[in-house]
Design a protein around this ligand. Structure first.
Ligand code: ARG
Length: 457
């Protein structure tokens, strides 16, 4: 492509270190689409003849057909997908192919291709998030009133419902979705026409190419256009945060599937066995989702560090922008699909959850609250009285709601028979009706509101 200036070809290692085609061939669809929009604009502006523009367009369609049929070869001599596509176009239409690169550089070309690719990837992630969300809502509805222990410090804290717990992940999924859609809106500007870095002297129409490629407008500053990778970093940031949420859910599945918890039985489809221990059912998929989240965050850090020291405008370091984004996207897509499958097919052992919720004195706060409400005891004092009641229950080897009334009254005479109404785990969760609280009715209302919001999208 630049033979005019050079007497010798590149060293073999130079060729190897320089080539991006082994990975950027993934953008062949975007590359062809970008070139077709550019050629159409060149034709419409009279920068190339209408005949050449039509030949280029038809030729690019053939190039795309061949990519689709045969795949894209790792042709290191061609360096990247942009040069391969132009060379292939030359094979199809001959000399007119040489006019395609008028008023364009690979710098604005790659920035455009990559934005298009990240935009498509974002749309795929949003769809996958919606599928996970559907699953969470369905399982939450099924378990709106299933009692489980709520934890702080991984110690039994207060009873909650499984539906409420799953709806916490719904909230995370919704925030993730909004991060991706916000990114999409911010990134949907077209760098094509910034050329190498300074713009061009040709009378191009950047609005036309932007429109043709589904962008909202052209980017405003040519230097920024070719050196900005914020859209890729934003994607990686949203992906990392999303993967972090999946990792927390995965971690809970790993814990819950363990024998001491036994809160969940993973389906056969989402478990693996051991080659030596016949009794094993391992939650490998959940562990890998947890593991992948580390790798995805690594991809974010990788591109941040690549970008942070680069002067304007384009430097070849920026070719390293694609592998971390592709890797993160593949890992995230797999993780989302795996988590959706696991949540969908898991059997929640609600009787076991209830038993554990009842065993950890998890309604102690309800006793303290009762003393505040019914006997006008200051909360600090109620806390102390309840602490003594818990100690008594522990000594008697029973749950709080089984401590005989005389025992409770020996601790504080203001306690009456009515206290037992609040000491069951069902009464405890049912009472938590404050907005955002765990009461089954709240959970059902939250699910209905979530579905209404989804329907409006
Ligand atoms: N393969 C390059 C990349 O991925 C395309 C841009 C090359 N531009 C240049 N001036 N060498 O970034």
């Amino acid at each position: 492509m630049w033979g005019g200036r050079f007497a010798e070809g590149p060293a073999a290692v130079m060729r190897e270190i320089n080539a991006s085609i082994p990975f950027d061939k993934r953008m062949w669809r975007q590359d062809v689409a970008g070139s077709r929009a550019h050629a159409a604009m060149l034709g419409a502006q009279g920068i190339v003849s209408a005949g050449d523009a039509a030949a280029i367009d038809a030729g690019l369609a053939q190039v795309a057909e061949r990519y689709a049929a045969e795949g894209v070869p790792d042709d290191l001599a061609m360096e990247d997908i942009h040069m391969l596509s132009e060379a292939r176009l030359g094979e199809v239409i001959g000399g007119a192919a040489g006019r395609l690169h008028t008023a364009r550089s690979r710098n604005d070309q790659v920035a455009t291709d990559f934005r298009l690719w990240v935009r498509d990837a974002t749309d795929q992630v949003v769809e996958a998030l919606d599928r996970l969300d559907d699953t969470l809502l369905a399982r939450a509805e099924e378990h709106a009133a299933s009692v489980m222990p709520g934890f702080t410090h991984l110690q039994s804290a207060q009873p909650v419902t499984l539906g409420h717990h799953l709806m916490a992940y719904h909230e995370m999924v919704r925030r993730d979705r909004s991060r991706f859609t916000d990114n999409r809106a911010r990134a949907n500007l077209c760098p094509l026409g910034a050329a190498a870095l300074a713009g061009t002297g040709f009378a191009i129409d950047r609005d036309a190419t932007a429109r043709g490629l589904g962008f909202d407008a052209p980017t405003r500053n040519s230097l920024d256009s070719v050196s900005d990778r914020d859209f890729a970093l934003d994607y990686l940031m949203a992906a990392s945060q999303c993967a972090l949420h999946l990792s927390r859910l995965a971690e809970e599945f790993v814990l819950w599937a363990s024998q001491p918890f036994a809160f969940v039985a993973l389906s056969d489809q989402w478990s693996t066995g051991s080659s030596i221990m016949p009794q094993k059912r391992n939650p490998d998929a959940a562990e890998l989702v947890r593991g992948h989240s580390g790798r995805i965050t690594g991809c974010l850090v990788s591109l941040m560090v690549t970008m942070k020291g680069l002067p304007l405008a384009y430097s070849k370091d920026m070719q390293d922008d694609k592998p971390p984004v592709f890797e993160a996207h593949d890992l995230l897509a797999l993780s989302l699909a795996a988590m959706t499958g696991m949540v969908e097919s898991a059997t929640f052992r609600t009787e076991r959850m209830r038993q554990v919720a009842e065993s950890g004195f998890a309604t102690a706060t309800d006793l303290a609250d009762w003393l505040v409400r019914e006997a006008d005891v200051p909360f600090r004092e109620a806390h102390h009285i309840t602490g003594r009641a818990v100690a008594r229950a522990e000594a008697l080897g029973c749950t709080l709601d089984r401590v005989p009334l005389p025992e409770l009254q020996a601790i504080d005479a203001r306690i009456t028979d009515a206290v037992y109404d609040v000491l069951s785990v069902d009464a405890s969760v049912a009472s938590r009706r404050s907005f955002g609280g765990t009461a089954p009715d709240n959970v059902r209302a939250a699910i209905a509101a979530a579905r209404a919001e989804r329907a409006g999208e």
